[in-house]
Design a binder for this molecule. Structure first.
Ligand SMILES: Cc1cc2nc3c(=O)[nH]c(=O)nc-3n(C[C@H](O)[C@H](O)[C@H](O)COP(=O)(O)O)c2cc1C
Length: 367
């Protein structure tokens, strides 16, 4: 076949062996994936600036000079600097009553501790700005904006030798961010875990590829196998951005209850719901999402108010390890997660499967 089909321009840009990007909230997964020849980005939206600085130091101690990324969310609709009490006061009584009804119906206990405001990154512009300052000061090799355009900080990042990736769900957002000068655009489809748009991965990826010019496009949403990786490259992507894939990995610090749920789940166990954060989000179905989907439920609030409302349920479920209540963001590719493998093995299996798919298609050896 000649050249290795898995060696893309993303590999050249980042100096990585395989065009596989892991998004994770777990530092150990970051270190394992980077050291296995992939690329990894740590989600830090819920961390304080000090914690972010400490995590960056920890990752550097594990991966040396190899590049990695940090992800924040920068939603345009966040209030400027309200206190938690001020924000809670803005939640209508009707919504508080519905949350209380769910709590009573499912016997949801109180959380063990008070949720600190800093844990909800992207909640106010002030918090997001302080988080971003750490990332710029530390000159983290890659910054990813998981929500909201990073255009306003591109100049500062580029001056520091950093690269900036934007994650989008619609072609018009991609166009704006590419024109602003992002280094990589992640085109994410409806299959994805977490916040995502209504367009399928199979449609959004080639649509963005068609307008991206030289900017590498990375495919996201439902990618959990080597066959998905091969298909993404065939759609014109230069790599894949994956989240669900790492949740049940050996290194992941997720609760074992969640890992077991993920291994057992299929795409049908996920739901696209605004009830968790106020933004459309794919998660495992749970009593909270099911109750808010009912016709008698009030209209969900915008972010961050819906997130404040759901946080009591989420924290209680996790604090008390109530398997009947617990849930996690999960994409439709969860159907293919059937074991708790080390992250390095996940990378290797994905590479091997993608190469064998290319061999199947071309009839030639791909490696
Ligand atoms: C548990 C979980 C939490 C997530 N949290 C964030 C986040 O904080 N910021 C972000 O940009 N994306 C977040 N995402 C979305 C991922 O970055 C990624 O876009 C998505 O998982 C890709 O779809 P996939 O899960 O089908 O691979 C999260 C995903 C998961 C599974």
């Amino acid at each position: 076949m000649g050249r290795n089909p898995l060696h893309t321009k993303l590999c050249d840009m980042l100096g990585i062996d395989f065009p596989i990007i892991a998004f994770t909230h777990c530092k150990d997964v970051v270190a394992s994936v980077v050291n296995a020849g992939g690329f990894a980005v740590l989600g830090e939206a819920m961390h304080t600036p000090d914690d972010i600085a400490a995590d960056i130091k920890w990752i550097r101690s594990r991966v040396g000079d190899k590049p990695f990324g940090i992800d924040l969310v920068l939603p345009a609709s966040a209030p400027d600097a309200d206190t938690l009490e001020q924000m809670l006061a803005k939640i209508p009584d009707e919504h508080k009553r519905y949350a209380a009804y769910i709590k009573e119906k499912y016997n949801v206990p109180d959380p063990k501790g008070q949720q600190a405001l800093h844990q909800w990154g992207g909640l106010t512009h002030e918090i997001a700005r302080k988080q971003l300052d750490v990332i710029l000061d530390e000159r983290v090799p890659v910054f990813v904006s998981g929500l909201g355009s990073p255009a306003f900080m591109l100049k500062a990042a580029h001056e520091r030798g950093m690269k900036v990736f934007g994650l989008i769900g619609k072609a018009r957002q991609a166009k704006r961010e590419i024109e602003a000068g992002v280094d990589v655009i992640i085109a994410q489809g409806y299959d994805a875990a977490g916040h995502t748009g209504p367009i399928g991965t199979f449609s959004i990826v080639p649509e963005v590829v068609a307008i991206a010019g030289d900017t590498p496009v990375v495919a996201a949403g439902g990618v959990t196998t080597g066959r998905h990786l091969a298909a993404s490259l065939c759609l014109g992507a230069a790599g894949v951005w994956t989240g669900t894939l790492w949740l049940a990995s050996r290194e992941s610090d997720n609760d074992m209850i969640i890992k077991e749920k993920l291994v057992a789940a299929t795409a049908d166990d996920t739901v696209y719901s605004k009830s968790v954060s106020g933004f459309a989000m794919r998660v495992l179905k749970c009593p909270w999402t099911e109750e808010w989907a009912k016709p008698e439920a009030p209209r969900v609030l915008n972010s961050p108010y819906q997130m404040l409302l759901s946080s009591d349920y989420i924290q209680a479920a996790n604090d008390h390890r109530r398997a009947d209540l617990m849930f996690e963001a999960a994409g439709q590719g969860v159907s293919f997660i059937d074991a708790m493998k080390p992250a390095k093995q996940i990378v290797n299996d994905m590479v091997e499967e993608a190469l064998s798919v290319f061999e199947e298609i071309t009839g030639e050896s791909a490696a």
